[in-house]
Structure formats: structure tokens, C-alpha cells
Design a protein around this ligand. Sequence first.
Ligand code: B12
Ligand code: SF4
Length: 507
Amino acid sequence: MNALLIYPKCPETFWSFSHALRLIHRKAAQPPLGLLTVAAMLPAEWKLRLVDLNVTGLNEEDLGWADCALVSGMIVQRDSAHQVIARCKRAGLTVIAGGPLFASEHEQFEDVDHFVLNEAEVTLPPFLSDLERGAARRIYRSAEFADLHETPIPLWELVDHRQYASMGIQFSRGCPHRCEFCNVTQLFGHRWRTKTAAQVIAELDVLHGLGWRGIVPFVDDNLSGSRASLRNQLLPALIEWRKGKSGFSFSAQVTIDLADDEPLMQMMARAGFDTVFVGIETLEEMSLGECNKQPNRNRDLLEDVRRMQRAGLEVQGGFIVGFDSDTPAIFERLAEFIQASGIVTAMVGLLQAPVGTSLHERLRRENRIGDCVSGNNADGTTNIIPHMGLACLQGGYRRLLEDLYSPPKFYRRVRTFLREYKPRRTGYALQCSDIGTFFRSFYYLSIAGKERLRFPGLLLWTLLTRPRVLPAAFGLAVYGYHFRKCYESLVDPGSSVPEAARVEGPR
Ligand code: B12
Ligand code: SF4
């Protein structure tokens, strides 16, 4: 069997990094880890080609070579997925689809021959054995969750790593919490399941062997799901593995209560973690209660963020506006908090209710739900009818974004962060490609962009006052450029934002 593994095109979103990728000369943020994991589970005699449409095109030669196509994707890739599936069908290929897009809305893809839904560790083996017997069904799904000890090493050999800004890796799936708006537990359950530390090290060895050096995000939805596993298994193994190896830095998604555990944060920094994404969501105690965000309740969130930064972890924050308990005062409160905390990368979205979440269920009962979500949780669209009124919510949202990502506010925030930040890792191995990145960034930010002297001013200030964090200052400015461009297209009514990304109410 000759198989194409196809990852549809991603539109511009907050985490697509598209504007920054242009500056660092990479084509996509990360390779599709789900497809690479599936690739490793296919029969050894199958011949495989990966076609990540964010990096390359799908050509006629590929279509002529292949017998089947395995397609993955998220909801934001819906349009591209429809197009690519139609092309594969026209070329006579058998189409097999899986991943979060199809788990949510497989019934909209009539052309697909076989849906292999949920975790492939569970659903792929029965599909493959039925396929071999010539008796494959249309849908394979399971309510059972996979044992990650069975998960193979992703087939990274299929990608050209030079096209990507980072290489994701996964230790755990699932989350013990029950936030009302979150679809993670619906996809991966409440039980925090992990690979062994040895599996993770074997994966890192492969990445190292393939020549990858750079950022390795742990894509786990909540890496701090069990602090004991981190402390006793994963982190000691990473600390040991990094001895004598340089050029790797890790990031992770964690809950804010990690700030209570100073030794664990220190250990993470020693293991090579330099960035954590934290779902702070809101500052309103009532809203935290309403959405059941237990780890965040009754805390001094500002002090928590600073403790993490002092431990050597850059904190990126996720925020949501539009909870039932929110009043119009929330926008200013959030703007002040984000500015004071030095959270440079602040992703703010309107509350949305993906199908299958308890929020969707509650709002459906209250008759306050529209049809589907856009799949982009930070594009200013929502499928709910907010208590505040849609116009008020959207107006406040636009003003908040305009304020946060205006160059003066943004660069002030970077400095606030750099003053607090105590990175463990110092020094940076300069590569030839960095020279091009520097000149491109200078052109796009200072000459063609709106930052003017703020960008070189930041670099000079950092060089003179805190030279150790110069690489961080540069990186933040480059990624900040993307976030600003991305939000500008939302707040500027005259811009050429695609219709799907405009602020809409429920239909
Ligand atoms: C890493 C990650 C990213 C990365 C990399 C994405 C990439 N290139 O793969 C980045 C940061 C770029 C990203 C961006 C976004 N992301 Co994201 N991301 C994730 C995250 C945390 C991990 C994905 C991953 O690698 N998992 C590990 C692999 C092994 O698991 P998997 O992909 O689920 O694959 C398994 C099964 O699904 C299945 N499978 C998957 N594909 C296929 C295909 C076939 C044929 C078969 C048989 C099986 C199969 O088998 C695999 C093994 O069990 C997930 C959450 C999660 N826990 O999955 C969110 C998630 C996928 N992202 C999400 C969203 C919303 C986004 C953004 C829109 C956010 C934003 N506002 O910007 C953007 C959009 C992307 C863009 N424009 O570029 C949502 C998608 C929701 C949905 N139903 O579509 C998720 C589920 C988070 C969430 N809880 O809502 N993301
Ligand atoms: S802590 Fe994060 S991953 Fe866990 S349920 Fe809440 S929002 Fe989802």
C-alpha cells in the first residue's frame, strides 16, 4: 500500500505564528504529531509520504503514486480538508480520516471512506485488520482511552525538520480538572495518562539524531496534571539526558498552582523548560467559579505569575472574556493585569462553547447557543449568546486587544517581563541563519512596520542592562510582531480579514 499522510492548510491564527515564521525563514510552527504517530502504527510494508500543506503542495505525482490518503486536522483546517479530500477522491484514492476535526464533525465529510476516530492506538488496529480482510467499516470509534505505554515513537524521519520552528513531543494525555468550556477532557478523558520517561528519552534521542536543535514544546494539555510523576519520573530523566547536550529548550502547558511548588519549578528550569502556557482565563472570582476553573480560585494570580518568572519560566497566558458573571469592567481589569504581570504573550478569546463540552450542554438547555464554532478560539467569534450583550462584548474585546498589542504597551510589557525574568539558561549559540533573521526582522518591524525605534531600542536596552536575556528579547519582539498583526486584522474594520474571522454572533 502506498499511503499519503496529509495535513491540511492552517489559516492565520494566534498560534499559527505565520507572520513570525516569515522572519525566521520557517514554513510552519510544528509538524503534525498526530499523523507522525499514526504513521508509526501502520504496517511496516506500507510506503509512506507526508504532505503537510503548510510546508509543501500536493502534486499530481503524489496522487498518482498513492493508493490511499490518511487525513488529519483541527476544526480551523475544515475548508482545506474538504478541498484536499475532494482532490484525493477525484484521483481515485481511498480516504481515511482521523484527528480532532473529524472527531467533532465527521458527518460533514461525505467523501471520506473510513473514519478512524479518537485515539489511533485503540481504533487503528481493528480498522487495519478489517481492511486486510476486505471488510473495513465506515466508522471506527471508541470511548476507551489508550495506554500510552503502547504509543510508538512518531516517525519524524518523514519530515524535513528545517521547515519547522519547533518539534512537539508528548508525555501525557488527559486532565484531572473539569473546566466547563474545555474540550480536552472530552477528547482525552480525566485520567492523566503518561508515557514512561524512557519513552520520552527515546523520542528525544531520535530528534537529536536527526539533527534537530531548538524548541521542543511538550504538547500535553496539562503537564502539571500529576506533580509526583514530573518530580520522580520525567524531570530527573530530562536533567540526565541534557547533560552534555545543548541546543534544546522545552515548553509546556501547566496550571497556575505550579507556582506553589518552588522546588518543582526550579527542577523544570534545570530540565530545560523556559516557557509555560497557563490558562489564567479571568480575574473575576465569580467567573472562575462559574466555569469551574478550580486551580485558579482564591489566589494572588499576579504574584503567582511573578514567582514563575523568577524561577526562570516565561509565562504565556490564556484569557477569556464573556463569562456570564463578567461585567464591562472586565476589559480594563484584564488590560491592567496583563500589563502589570509582564505576560508578553497574552492570548485573549471570547468564551466559546465547543460541542460536547458541559458549557455547550448548559447553554443549549438555556437556549443560548448558535450552531458551530469557527475552530479558532481567539478570532473574536462566538457561538454563545452572552449575558453582557454581543455588541458590548465585542466592542470591549476590540478595545482590549488594541490596547494590549499597541507597540508602546507591548514593548513596555516586554521590559516588565525581562526585569522579572531570571533565566537559568544563559548564552546562545549563534547560527548563520540568525543574521538573515536579524535583518529581515529589522526591516519588517522597524522600517516597514509600526515599531520604528522601539525594536532596536529594546535590543539596545537589553544589551546594556541585561545582556543575558538578549535572545529572549529578540524572540519576544519577533513573535509579538505576529500576535500584533494577527489581532490588528481583527480590530481594524478596514483590513482584509477573511469573513470567517470577523466577529459574529450566533446564527
Ligand atoms: C500542539 C498543538 C498545536 C500546535 C501544533 C499543531 C500541529 N501542527 O499539529 C500549534 C501551537 C501550532 C497549534 C495551533 C492551534 N491549535 Co492546537 N493543539 C495542539 C495540542 C496541544 C496537541 C496536538 C498534538 O500534537 N497532540 C499529540 C498527538 C499524538 O495527538 P493527536 O493529534 O490528537 O493525534 C491522535 C488522535 O487524534 C489520532 N489522529 C490524529 N490524526 C489522525 C489522522 C488519522 C488518519 C488517524 C487514523 C488518526 C489520527 O491518532 C493520534 C494518536 O492517538 C492539541 C490538544 C491535544 N491534546 O491534542 C491542540 C488542539 C489540536 N489545537 C486546537 C486549536 C483550537 C488550535 C488553534 C486554532 C489555536 C489558535 N487560536 O490559534 C491553532 C490553529 C493552528 C494553526 N492555525 O496553525 C484544538 C483543536 C480543536 C478541534 N476540535 O479542532 C486542540 C484540540 C486544543 C483544544 N483543546 O481545543 N496547536
Ligand atoms: S485545566 Fe486546562 S486542560 Fe484541564 S480541564 Fe481545565 S482548561 Fe482543560
